[in-house]
Write a protein that binds this ligand. Structure first.
Ligand code: NG1
Ligand code: MG
Length: 515
């Protein structure tokens, strides 16, 4: 499965986006020539994504169901003369916010990345570092030095907007460096795994959903992404219903800067889910240690789930279980969680070390040293109940899409109900919503949306809504009057356009050869 080489914008964008994208690409390429005095050789692009359902469960290695959006991150690139020392010149079309950066590519040792400062080129550097390691392995060298590059970027994925601007940037960067170094056939899975590891080196201990959605997406379909036994995906077509299913994204404009809040938000949730997994393994008296897996801290609720049923049923590999048995397993785990994780008020470090039989130092070292977190209590019960119930909702959602009940209205209601349940669980159980997101959801439902929820990490950023086509205008109007114009009285028309986007399932990463 290789990253496609596009020869026309029609290979990348839906027809109605072409006029705007054509102007944007012409501007990027003409500014490239102006800035570097030569023509770009190729453009690397990767889109943002909206997560339809399956929130905060990818790092627990449960399946998720996102789709790529039209908004993407572009990099126009030309390779620098090989007789010069390899250096990167990188600039952003929105140059007022992101001034040009130049840095040398070290011919010895690794490219330093200071994850403590939130510098925009860190995402590029993490991609460059990842590619250098990959190509050293592929070309069996102990060290690989990339060629020098002149780069001009342009992104339309709102940063910190919950549509995975960071993953789009890392995927585009890695693809650009691979292409600049002569890789003409880039394997999608390789690119995705490279981007997942690279993004973690920038300081957020993320799962793999965003990069997978950005790389694998095929226009017109949603992605059902699995992380176990390895990263994989299947594409899901949306049934053609009457009224047509429409997904609308709405920005809260509450900046969700994961780097700042990570120790008490995102990275803390990763620690809580990992602790819940090892806690349950002990509480259930599993004989075997949890398997080392690809989750950010090496142990996950999915790993606990599979190990528990392998031991209980004496089977070798629980991932071969049928979908309906898997659903029954999740229901059983929800019931058992009620008994085995009863403390609503959360678990202290000593509650956890007491059960695990380890010291507090070991607890900190093993689970909280890679990415520091700040918490006295770990809400293991709530996070576990959310993860198992959300994993169930994803399976139900997918079954509805592949085998829709009756006619359109019934399907839209059933899908919407699941999305509303996810929002309730994110707000009340996983505690990753915020008042503005809750308000956007309430307003949308009051105007006829059938499903409304935050999308992405939450704590601000973006929301996604399932709306029958004939109700989209009413929902937009309600937000404009009751949310945007109220909270931002001087909001511009352009900003309003950016705030609310009808999202069509878009295509994934691509390289565009500039002839
Ligand atoms: P956002 O914040 O929308 O990019 C983050 C994680 C995902 C996933 C979602 C929650 C990063 C790069 N991505 O998405 O892996 O865990 O939150 O479902 O942090
Ligand atoms: Mg992100």
């Amino acid at each position: 499965m290789e990253v496609p080489t596009a020869t026309s914008l029609h290979d990348i964008y839906p027809e109605d986006a072409i006029p705007v994208e054509k102007k944007r690409w012409e501007k990027l390429l003409s500014q490239f020539k102006e800035k570097y005095g030569k023509q770009a050789e190729f453009v690397s692009r990767s889109p943002g994504r909206v997560n339809i359902i399956g929130e905060h469960i990818d790092y627990s290695l449960y399946e998720v169901l996102p789709m790529a959006v039209t908004a993407d991150f572009l990099m126009a690139v030309a390779v620098r003369p090989s007789d010069e020392r390899p250096r990167v010149r990188i600039a952003n079309v929105l140059s007022d916010k992101f001034p040009t950066r130049e840095f040398e590519i070290p011919t010895e040792g690794e490219l330093p990345i200071d994850a403590s400062e939130h510098e925009w080129t860190n995402y590029f550097k993490s991609g460059l570092r990842g590619v250098s390691q990959l190509l050293a392995k592929k070309r069996s060298k102990d060290h690989f030095v990339s060629v020098g590059m002149d780069i001009l970027c342009d992104g339309t994925v709102p940063s910190g907007g919950g549509l995975s601007s960071s993953a789009a940037f890392v995927c585009t960067s890695s693809l650009a460096v691979l292409t600049a170094n002569g890789e003409t056939k880039v394997d999608k899975k390789e690119l995705c795994e490279l981007a997942i590891v690279s993004e973690r080196s920038v300081g957020v201990n993320s799962g793999g959903m965003d990069q997978a959605a950005s790389v694998f997406s095929l226009r017109g379909t949603a992605l059902y992404i699995t992380f176990k036994p390895s990263l994989d995906f299947t594409t899901i077509d949306f049934p053609h219903t009457d009224p047509e299913l429409t997904f609308v994204t709405a920005q809260s404009f509450v900046a969700a800067d994961k780097h700042v809040t990570a120790p008490v938000c995102y990275n803390l949730r990763v620690v809580e889910c990992t602790l819940a997994a090892v806690f349950l393994a002990k509480a259930f008296g599993l004989k075997r240690e949890l398997p080392e897996d690809s989750s950010p801290l090496g142990a996950s609720l999915r790993g606990f789930h599979d190990t528990y049923f392998e031991e209980k049923q004496g089977v070798e590999d629980n991932s071969k279980t049928s979908v309906s048995d898997f659903e029954d397993q999740l229901r059983e785990l929800l019931r058992l969680t009620d008994d085995y994780l009863p403390q609503d008020e959360g678990y202290s470090r000593s509650d956890i070390t007491g059960l695990l039989g380890i010291s507090e130092d070991e607890l900190d070292q093993r689970f909280m040293s890679k990415f520091p977190v700040r918490a006295d209590k770990f809400m293991l019960r709530q996070r576990t109940l959310h993860v198992f119930s959300e994993a169930l909702r994803v399976i139900t959602f997918r079954k509805l899409l592949s085998d829709p009940p009756g006619e359109g209205k019934e399907l839209i209601k059933a899908l919407g109900d699941l999305m509303n349940e996810t929002q309730t669980s994110c707000r009340d159980v996983y505690d990753c919503s915020c008042p503005e997101l809750d308000e956007l959801c309430d307003l949308a439902r009051s105007a006829g949306a059938s499903g409304s929820r935050l999308t992405g990490a939450g704590w601000g950023g973006c929301s996604v809504h399932l709306v029958a086509k004939d109700k989209v205008d009413a929902v937009k109007k309600k937000w404009e009057e009751k949310y945007y114009r109220k909270k931002f009285p001087d909001i511009t028309e352009e900003k309003l356009q950016e705030a609310v986007v009808v999202s069509k399932p878009g295509s994934g990463s691509a390289v565009f050869k500039v002839t």
